[in-house]
Design a protein around this ligand. Structure first.
Ligand code: ACO
Length: 435
């Protein structure tokens, strides 16, 4: 952005009555330009009004780029398709954190550091015992990740770059361990400790599905699928949970607390909870012949029903992650020999919706969550775990964005304003005089 150099700055003019003001326009490397309104209130006495922040850029970032109209997602400039196809999740983590793809030596060192931080503090195990067994694992994740700041105090000084990086590695390494523990706790099985000779995804699957009484052999097709699902969900620029992490971080809160805030936000059905909701919906539809009934409901303005896994705030074209997810879904079902009738419902629903005027006009396409539920269910995860897996994957995005924010010299405490439409000042009435 030319915000710093001030070179070739374009100007937007705002005129109100007989006064006018100029505001600089900055160009990104690609994508829409932004108008810098940071001095708007100081100069004009008015605020911008943008519920849902649909026209607001909240920060400068070099991490992720989305072109929602073209269906493009780039991490540090690299297309998601290439990273998911040719790389692995830890390579993506390195890329998001450091800005460049690692050399072989850097990758080996990074993998080693993450692997050797996967164990949790032994006292964390006791922390779990305080939860009910039937607690939603997202509730458990939110609590346990928040609690990490109590266990790893030596990496909570956000002014120390070394501590920031240690906290980042710890978060990436420990979130699958905590997620697997949340799952094991919910089904009453013993926790499985991480195993350092396994790759990130295989290790996670083992921590979820191994039991002490049997030998566990990771399935490479499932591990690859898990790894790819993590890569697809690793970051997505300034979405609701990432913005939550940045906002929390802008106060100087420690990284573990910020990520816990992000996890709480991700839980909502309009965000990370959509894969759970999409699978539930496919189950409710049940068979291909009932699809028209549900499509009709989705189009009815008087019915609050929406096709879950369809539509996206940013993608007004096919979500590029959904295509990879669809392929991964087929690979997993083939490997496991699963013939899931919900996949037939999903494929037919997608086909019908893509040809329906309502969805075409509103530019509603399947998003990444549409196929992830079927895939994860086939892999053995209960629906309550879906959003937890999303949180494991997104941890790196949150932490990379948090780090970028802390290291940004223009960073400020996040504090939006409002259009107040409540009562103006009025006189307090003692209760005896109220009617
Ligand atoms: N089914 C039916 N109609 C829909 C859907 C849907 N899934 N999504 C949007 N619409 C309609 C809306 O009713 C609205 O119609 P209107 O113009 O007649 O009022 C129009 O399309 C625009 O919808 P908005 O909600 O205003 O669009 P927004 O960008 O705010 O919403 C959202 C995006 C929340 C994702 C929405 O598409 C949705 O609810 N989808 C289902 C939930 C889902 O799959 N979420 C996952 C998002 S991906 C992620 O978090 C990883």
């Amino acid at each position: 952005m030319d915000a710093k150099t001030g070179a070739n700055i374009k100007i937007a003019k705002l005129t109100l009555g007989d006064k006018s003001w100029s505001f600089p326009i900055y160009d990104g490397t690609v994508g829409p330009s932004v108008m810098d309104v940071s001095k708007l209130y100081a100069e004009t006495g008015i605020f911008t009004y943008d519920p849902g922040f649909t026209s607001t850029g909240s920060c400068e970032s070099k991490i992720t780029y989305i072109d929602g109209d073209a269906g493009v997602l780039l991490y540090r400039g690299y297309p998601i398709e290439d990273l998911a196809e040719h790389g692995d999740f830890l390579e993506t983590c390195y890329l998001l954190l450091y800005g460049e793809l690692p050399t072989a030596a850097q990758k080996e060192n990074f993998d080693d550091r993450v692997t050797h931080h996967t164990m949790g503090h032994e006292q964390m195990m006791r922390f779990f015992q305080g939860f009910r067994r039937d607690a939603h694992p997202m509730a458990v994740m939110t609590g346990c990740v928040g609690a990490l700041s109590a266990f790893y105090h030596d990496s909570t000084d956000i002014t120390d770059p070394t501590q920031r990086m240690v906290a980042s590695i710890r978060m990436i390494a420990k979130s699958p361990t905590l997620a697997a523990m949340a799952y094991k706790y919910s089904i009453g099985q013993p926790f499985v400790y991480p195993k350092n000779d396994l790759d990130y995804a295989s290790n996670f699957l083992r921590m979820c599905f191994a039991v002490p009484c049997e030998e566990y052999k990771p399935n490479p097709v499932l591990a690859r699928a898990m790894d790819r699902i993590f890569t697809l969900h690793a970051d997505h620029e300034q979405n609701a949970s990432t913005s939550t992490v940045r906002l929390a971080g802008s106060t100087g809160a420690n990284p573990f607390a910020c990520i816990a805030a992000g996890i709480a936000c991700l839980w909502g059905p309009a965000h990370g909870g959509a894969n759970e909701a999409a699978l539930k919906m496919l189950g409710e539809i049940g068979s291909v012949d009932r699809i028209p009934e549900y499509v009709k409901r989705a189009k009815d303005p008087n019915d609050s029903f929406r096709l879950m896994g369809f539509g996206h705030r940013v993608y007004k074209h096919y979500d590029p992650r959904a295509k990879i997810m669809q392929k991964t879904c087929h690979e997993v079902l083939n490997e496991l020999g699963v013939n899931d009738p919900l996949l037939d419902v999903a494929l037919e629903l997608e086909r019908i919706a893509l040809h329906d005027d309502y969805f075409i006009e509103k530019r509603l396409y399947p998003n990444v969550d549409f196929y992830s539920g079927i895939t994860l269910r086939a892999m053995g995860f209960p629906t309550a775990m879906f959003t937890v897996l999303f949180a494991v994957a997104r941890t790196v995005g949150w932490i990379a964005q948090w780090k970028e924010m802390i290291e940004d010299p223009h960073q400020k405490l996040g504090r939006p304003r409002q259009l107040y439409t409540g009562s103006p000042r009025r006189e307090y009435q003692p209760i005896s005089r109220r009617k």
